[in-house]
Design a protein around this ligand. Structure first.
Ligand code: HAM
Length: 418
């Protein structure tokens, strides 16, 4: 047998309903904030991610699924959704439309990472992007959408951490300060951090290696280097969050793993997601669209990891784990009643009622056992006598009571009790 590739997962029919709930909650919440869905290709020209996500990131340097297609073009399976949405926005001339532009997506993404619980090579994201507003209100709306989504999933133990990584000009001073700080530690730090020192020293704060983490302990904080405008922006975002009652802590060590961010960055974490505690991450990225097009379009957004959210909801929200079975199982006692059950089931489905009947030629007892296992709320039993009377014996599986219901009233009877 050929096994599935490492770091991928099958979603089996027995667990698909959990995905549907997550996806429905994502759609409903995003649409309540007036975000509309966008769908972009699974693969893009490699250059889009190299330029968009950034060539000092682990994603671009180590984790991309890149290959030459039969025409010899280098293409890459998307490692995230932001760069593709930005490209689609520019390419389809949406920059000339009404602002703000607000879009959400439910996508699979691909990163060649070392798989572990909550870290996969193919994973799924719910993301949202808001273009055209540089106002703190836009940051606050993106964070509020993320927060509402997680609350709508019934999650109470997720924590929001925010930081500001400033703009290009205040970051210049900060990078100089970081270099001065890290220089004496360089010989003890990993090869990646030595490369980051030259290209993007802020990324050194994000290194997972123990020896590098030790070195970062006393590093200068970006927040102390913010220029006047960036400091005022961050203060305004915080004020809006405070007034909206969205709890957060300021964590100066959040720098995020992608190059495009500026000013506000944020992460929602949960201890229930194991070692991979970040369930959602995002921030402002005011220069990405300008880099890709020619017009400056401020932007802010986030993405949540669906597999991590499934782990967290399993730990935190028992109600969401209950699967709704079919409404009614129609059991037939003999050949003729089995046929009647089939036809009744067919009619009920056309009237919007989920039901099932026997396809296995099973005994009545075995049919009941199956109906019970599959979570049917009612079992309608049909035999010779029921056919003669034109009524089924409908058993309520929760109450263990039963009632005679004429065939022609079955749809109404079940609809009223759905
Ligand atoms: P990110 O932090 O790279 O940001 O990913 C967002 C979320 O995707 C993470 O917090 C995590 O829950 C999930 N995730 C990432 N990698 C994996 C993996 N290998 N396995 C399972 N889950 C994973 C972005 O992707 C940005 N595009 C977010 C954004 C949108 N920023 C602005 N707009």
């Amino acid at each position: 047998m050929i096994a599935r590739p490492k770091g991928t997962k099958d979603v089996l029919p027995s667990e698909a309903y959990l995905w549907h709930r997550l996806e429905e909650t994502a759609r409903e919440t995003a649409e309540r904030f007036s975000f509309r869905e966008i769908r972009t290709p699974v693969f893009e020209h490699t250059e889009l991610f190299a330029r968009g996500v950034g060539d000092t990131t682990d994603i671009v340097n180590k984790e991309m699924y890149t290959f030459l297609d039969k025409g010899g073009r280098s293409v890459t399976l998307r490692p995230e959704g932001t760069a593709g949405v930005a490209r689609a926005f520019l390419e389809n001339g949406l920059a000339g439309g009404a602002m703000p532009f607000k879009a959400y997506y439910l996508i699979s993404a691909f990163r060649y990472e070392r798989p572990q619980a909550g870290r996969l090579r193919e994973f799924h994201q719910f993301g949202a992007e808001l273009y055209g507003s540089g106002e703190p209100f836009a940051d606050a709306e993106a964070i509020s959408l993320a927060d509402t989504f997680l609350k709508n999933l019934g999650l109470k133990r997720v924590e929001l951490q925010i930081n500001s990584i400033g703009c290009k000009s205040c970051r210049e001073n900060y990078h100089a300060a970081l270099k001065e700080y890290f220089r004496p530690y360089l010989s003890d730090m990993c090869a990646d951090c030595n490369a980051r020192f030259e290209k993007n020293p802020m990324r050194m704060l994000d290194c997972k290696e123990e020896r590098c983490r030790r070195a970062t302990a006393g590093a200068p904080r970006m927040l102390d280097y913010l220029c006047g405008d960036c400091a005022a922006h961050f203060a305004a975002v915080r004020e809006l969050l405070d007034e909206a009652g969205i709890g957060y802590t300021v964590n100066p060590s959040i720098v995020r793993g992608l190059d495009y961010y500026s000013r506000t960055v944020f992460e929602f974490t949960s201890s229930a997601a194991g070692a991979q505690g970040t369930v959602l991450g995002g921030g402002r990225y005011d220069t990405l669209l300008e880099q890709m097009g020619e017009k400056s379009v401020p932007a802010v957004g986030f993405a949540a990891g669906m597999e991590r959210l499934l782990m967290v909801t399993a730990a935190e929200n028992a109600a969401m784990q209950e699967e709704a079975g079919v409404c009614c199982y129609l059991a037939g006692m003999d050949e003729a009643s089995r046929k009647r059950a089939f036809l009744l089931a067919d009619g009920l489905r056309k009237r919007g009622i989920a039901c099932e009947c026997d396809l296995m030629n099973r005994s009545l007892k075995a049919q009941f056992k199956y109906a019970d296992k599959s979570g049917a709320r009612f079992v309608a039993v049909i035999g010779e006598r029921e056919i003669a009377e034109g009524a089924a014996e409908v058993k309520d599986m929760k109450k263990s009571s039963s009632e005679r219901v004429p065939f022609e009233n079955l749809a109404e009877y079940l609809s009223a009790r759905k």
